[in-house]
Write a protein that binds this ligand. Structure first.
Ligand code: HEM
Length: 276
C-alpha cells in the first residue's frame, strides 16, 4: 500500500505544516501536524480552546467522576489525533495535498536516532529518580532505548550511516530533563504519551514502514519481552496510583502538557515522510 504524504510547508514557523500519510491502517491513516511558534519548535495545532475545554471538563469533574487518571490522559491524547488516525480523533485533517512522498530510510534512521535519544532520556530520569515516584517506573518492560540501540547497531552493520540526533529532539531531551526537575506533573504526561503512543500508533506506523522500506524486517523497537497488554496494564496501574494523591490542579497541569508532547512527537513522526 502506498504511503502518501502531502505537505504544506511554510517559510515562517507560524505557518502551519500538514503532512498526510495515507494507507497506514485499514481505514487509512493520516498525519496532520499544524505548527505554531512556541519555544523553539513547531507545535502541533490542537486548538488551545479545545485543550482548555478538555481540561475544563476534567476540572469540573465531568470526566474525573467516571475515569481513572490514565483514562483522562488517554481521552485528551485521543482528541489530538485526526479522525483518519483514529476513530476517536477530533482534529480535522487540514491542508491541501501538494506532493506525494514515500517514507525513506534516511529519514526513518533519523526518526530512530531521535526516538532513542528521547526514550534514553526518559529512562535515565526514572533511573535517577530525583522525584521518588519516578523510581516506580524503572524496569517496567516498556523501556525502548536498549531495543533501539540494537536496531541502530544492526542498521550500521548493514552499511547505513547513523546520523546525529536532530536539533528538535536534542531540545526536547533537554526540555524533559528540566521538566523532570521542576514540573513533575507535566513530566508525567510526556512519559505516558511516549510509551503508550509507541505501543499504539507507533507500532502500527513501524509495521507499515517495515513493509515498505525494510523488506518486512521487524525492528526490536516494536518488540517487547512478555505480553505487551500486561506490561501496559501494570504501568497504567502505577500511573493511576501515583496520580491518586494529586490535586485536580496538578492533574490539569499534566493534561495541559499533552499538547506539547504531541508537538514534539508529531514533529518527529512528520519528518519520516518529508525530506526535512
Ligand atoms: C501518525 C500519527 C499517529 C497515528 C496514526 C496514531 C494512531 C493511534 C491509534 C490508532 C490509537 C488507538 C489505539 C487503540 O486504542 O486502539 C492511538 C492511541 C494513542 N496515541 Fe496515537 N497516533 C499517532 C500519533 C501520536 C502521537 C504523536 C502521540 C503522542 C506522543 C500519540 C499518543 C497516543 C496515545 C497516548 C494513545 C493511547 C494509547 C492507549 O490506549 O493506551 N499518538 N494512536
Amino acid at each position: 500500500m502506498a504511503l502518501t504524504a502531502a505537505a504544506t510547508l511554510g517559510s515562517s514557523p507560524l505557518v502551519p505544516i500538514f503532512v498526510t500519510a495515507a494507507g497506514m491502517n485499514s481505514s487509512g491513516m493520516s498525519v496532520s501536524f499544524g505548527a505554531r511558534s512556541v519555544p523553539g519548535i513547531s507545535l502541533a495545532i490542537h486548538s488551545r480552546r479545545r485543550r482548555i475545554v478538555a481540561v475544563g471538563a476534567a476540572a469540573r469533574g465531568e470526566e474525573a467522576a467516571e475515569k481513572t487518571f490514565v483514562e483522562e490522559m488517554r481521552a485528551v491524547a485521543m482528541r489530538m489525533h485526526t479522525k483518519d488516525q483514529s476513530s476517536e480523533g477530533e482534529k480535522e485533517q487540514r491542508g491541501p495535498s501538494l506532493s506525494e512522498l514515500e517514507p525513506n530510510l534516511e529519514a526513518y534512521l533519523r526518526f530512530l536516532v531521535d526516538s532513542k535519544l528521547i526514550f534514553q532520556t526518559l529512562e535515565n530520569i526514572v533511573d535517577r529518580a530525583a522525584v521518588p515516584w519516578y523510581g516506580e517506573f524503572r524496569n517496567t518492560g516498556l523501556e525502548r532505548s536498549e531495543a533501539l540501540k540494537k536496531d541502530l547497531k544492526w542498521l550500521s552493520e548493514t552499511g547505513h550511516t547513523i546520523p546525529e540526533p536532530s536539533a528538535d529532539d536534542t531540545r526536547y531531551a533537554s526540555y524533559l530533563e528540566k521538566l523532570s526537575e521542576k514540573d513533575q506533573h507535566a513530566f508525567f504526561c510526556h512519559y505516558y504519551n511516549m510509551y503508550f503512543g509507541q505501543s499504539a500508533g507507533g507500532r502500527m506506523i513501524g509495521k507499515k514502514i517495515a513493509d515498505k522500506i525494510l523488506n518486512k524486517k521487524e525492528l526490536e523497537f516494536y518488540k517487547w519481552e512478555g505480553t505487551l497488554s500486561e506490561l501496559l496494564q501494570n504501568v497504567r496501574e502505577k500511573l493511576n496510583q501515583v496520580a491518586s494523591s494529586w490535586t485536580r490542579e496538578e492533574k490539569n497541569r499534566c493534561l495541559e502538557e499533552t499538547e506539547t508532547s504531541f508537538a514534539y512527537s508529531g514533529e518527529r513522526l512528520r519528518k519520516i515522510f518529508t525530506r526535512a
